[in-house]
Design a protein around this ligand. Sequence first.
Ligand SMILES: *[C@@H]1O[C@H](CO)[C@@H](O)[C@H](O)[C@H]1NC(C)=O
Ligand SMILES: *[C@@H]1O[C@H](CO)[C@@H](O)[C@H](O)[C@H]1NC(C)=O
Length: 464
Amino acid sequence: MIMAFFRVLVLSSLVSLASGFGMVGVNYGQLGNDLPPPAESVRLVRTKLNAWHIKIYDANPGILAALNGTGLRVTIMVPNGVIDAISKDQSFADRWVRSNVRPFYPGTMIRHVLVGNEVISSTGKATWLNLVPAMYRMRRALVRNSMWKVMVGTTLSMDMLSSSYPPSSGSFRPDIVEPVMAPMLRFLRQTKSFLFLDVYPYFAWAADPTHIHLDYALFASDNITVVDPGTGLVYRNLFDQMVDAVIFASAKLGYPDVRIYIAETGWPNSGDYNQIGANINNAATYNRNAIKKFNAHPPIGTPARPGLSLPSFIFALYNENQKPGPGTERHFGLLYPDGSSIYDVDLSGKTSQSDYAKKPPPKPEPHKGKKIWCVAAKTREVDRAALEAALSYACSQGEGTCDAIQPGNPCFEGQPLAQIASYAFSSYWAKFSGVGATCRFDGVATQTTKDPSYGRCEFPSVTL
Ligand SMILES: *[C@@H]1O[C@H](CO)[C@@H](O)[C@H](O)[C@H]1NC(C)=O
Ligand SMILES: *[C@@H]1O[C@H](CO)[C@@H](O)[C@H](O)[C@H]1NC(C)=O
């Protein structure tokens, strides 16, 4: 009787795994001024993307309340700015947990608290020395509040490695090995938590597209192989290569069995016109292939750790128009800010490649083959000094960039500063985009497909 009962249990859990029990979640970034409210976003994550897990970059109470009772697993983040305080003061950690986690737990299924985001890459040494102590305090605060199920981690990007190729040469930067990585790996083992990694084959490929085959970066070919001369392991995609570099680096410190969680991975669906490979087709290919790999049962793992399960978060839920940096940064979304899909994607892994093929193709890229101009941004308060500085920078590049806005020329007469600056930005971008110039100007410029030309004043454009 007992045996039969046991067998039924085992069978039903196997069935639920085999039918695509998801391992894939999504990063819900909020750096956009046009994004839907939390309740609508949570609805999209569940019904449109079939995510089983969601990660946010803070502990936004509106979002945590919207997640109550949804069954979605939730990963929240402690801001980098409070790591120092937490590391020195257990009562600070306790208060943070009492005000940010406990009110929502367990109705909101918080599963991980990440102490900081890419701390090693984005803060000074003083803070990264406090990172692991802060993780211990955070863990203690959670356990004290009976939330022993909530694991503590932190996210790391690939620049924590001093060597990553070939993967068997993987090593952590010498300046962080002893003070950060060794104690962190010990903490993660003691608390059965994960090393959370931000893994972007896109950036590795885009930095060296002549030597790395695009299909190797997109999981799109099984017969492009790279052999690690140190181990003889055969790599069939760039992602595995990057993850294994971290696994080898950890093994060198005595942690070959470190558990890995992919905190971010993804591919941009668009970018500035001169950013290669950032398009909807590549983004759909990368994310669909990645999701298939992450959901595979039994797990595929990597050449160094076959069978390793890789729970993951795709970056990101939306295109976020307020992210700084090159255009790709604002185009990692699975959804447009209005909630519509940029391309079909199913995080549960239940949609097969052939099912995707039957669906209507993605909307054409809005700018494809179109003329595009670089103009003064209207979305933020016009800061006259910043605009003037950007204008003067553009004009100082010479090559006739600003001739048309000189006295007597067609774009000069009686125009407001924003208009003059827009001409200079468009002209500068059209002249120098081929050598890497971007349409940013510290955030005072933006791209547009609406021709700003007027009268006899024709604005130069680039063609996307
Ligand atoms: C979550 O939902 C449950 C059940 O509806 C409710 O009892 C609880 O108060 C809610 N928690 C929060 C923080 O809203
Ligand atoms: C990979 O193999 C397939 C089928 O064997 C073949 O059609 C394709 O051309 C190969 N691609 C490369 C890049 O070698």
